[in-house]
Design a protein around this ligand. Structure first.
Ligand SMILES: [Zn+2]
Length: 274
């Protein structure tokens, strides 16, 4: 106890560091359990923090309606990849840390009574990177949508292709894109929701191929990061570059929607499209 505290008799209350977060925008201390109740929005500045997969699924779907698909699909290690640790070990660590088997969770659910096929990416799982499992699960979701004529909603959050699977990761861009193209044949809508951050191979494939592309406020969305672009073109980038509002202004996105309104807007769109 410091001398001032001894004099005043005051005691500082310490909150264990795993119980709180700091808002990246306004530095407000945010208690994690309160944050979950507030849809992971900062109560002071309304900043949209990253949302855990299951909270996102609960927010977008009707109570207990979500039935998970392909929930145990797990990556193999086709290249025997080794960086600071073997790829297989990295995968196992992510599985333990996130309680999911890869960077996307897919399933069938209802949203205000509308049947949907839903995929939600998990940035906590190796930066939401797309390897063979993410590509295969997205493809299967699209194929099911084609077969059953159910609209698809995918919430993206990704740093791009997974380097540990090399060319196989890059091939997922073509694979997912071609199944999405097929949905047009049967007039099944696909709505893409881009959240912070959606970059690299995911933004360059299924995340940008929605019939409607919408994003959460302030999300970083692009292919290469702003620093790389600045170094390449040797020019200062404009304010707000690669943020959702900037992309909306430049015609890359159709809508920027506050998290609180996401479900009701989706419901309206699904009603109109049905
Ligand atoms: Zn804040």
């Amino acid at each position: 106890m410091g001398w001032l505290s001894k004099l005043t008799g005051s005691k500082k209350t310490e909150i264990p560091s795993d119980l709180w977060n700091k808002c990246p925008k306004c530095n407000e201390i945010l208690i994690k359990k309160d944050l979950a109740k507030n849809l992971h929005l900062c109560p002071k500045c309304d900043f949209h923090l990253r949302m855990p997969v299951w909270d996102r699924i609960a927010m977008l779907t009707d109570n207990n309606s979500f039935v998970e698909l392909d929930n145990q699909m797990e990556s193999s290690d086709p290249l025997n990849f080794l960086d600071t640790m073997p790829y297989t070990e990295r995968i196992q660590k992510s599985i333990c840390a996130t309680d999911t088997f890869d960077a996307i969770t897919c399933g069938e659910a209802t949203l205000d009574g509308h049947r949907i096929l839903l995929g939600v990416m998990n940035f906590e799982f190796m930066g939401g990177s797309m390897g063979s499992v993410v590509g295969e699960k997205v493809t299967r979701l699209m194929e099911l949508a084609y077969e059953k004529k159910i609209p698809v909603v995918i919430v993206s959050s990704s740093g791009g292709a997974r380097m540990q699977e090399g060319i196989l990761s890059l091939m997922q861009m073509a694979k997912t894109s071609q199944t999405i193209a097929r949905l047009a044949e049967v007039s099944v809508p696909y709505i893409s929701i881009l959240t912070d951050p959606t970059t690299g191979g995911v933004s360059a494939s299924f995340a940008m191929l929605g019939d409607i592309n919408m994003a959460e406020p302030g999300s970083l969305i692009g292919f290469a990061g702003p620093r790389v672009i600045e170094q390449t073109i040797r020019q200062k980038l404009p304010d707000g570059f690669q943020r959702s509002e900037f992309l909306l202004q430049h015609g890359i996105l159709d809508l920027v929607i506050h998290r609180r309104q996401m479900k009701s807007i989706l419901s309206k769109i699904l009603k109109l499209l049905n």
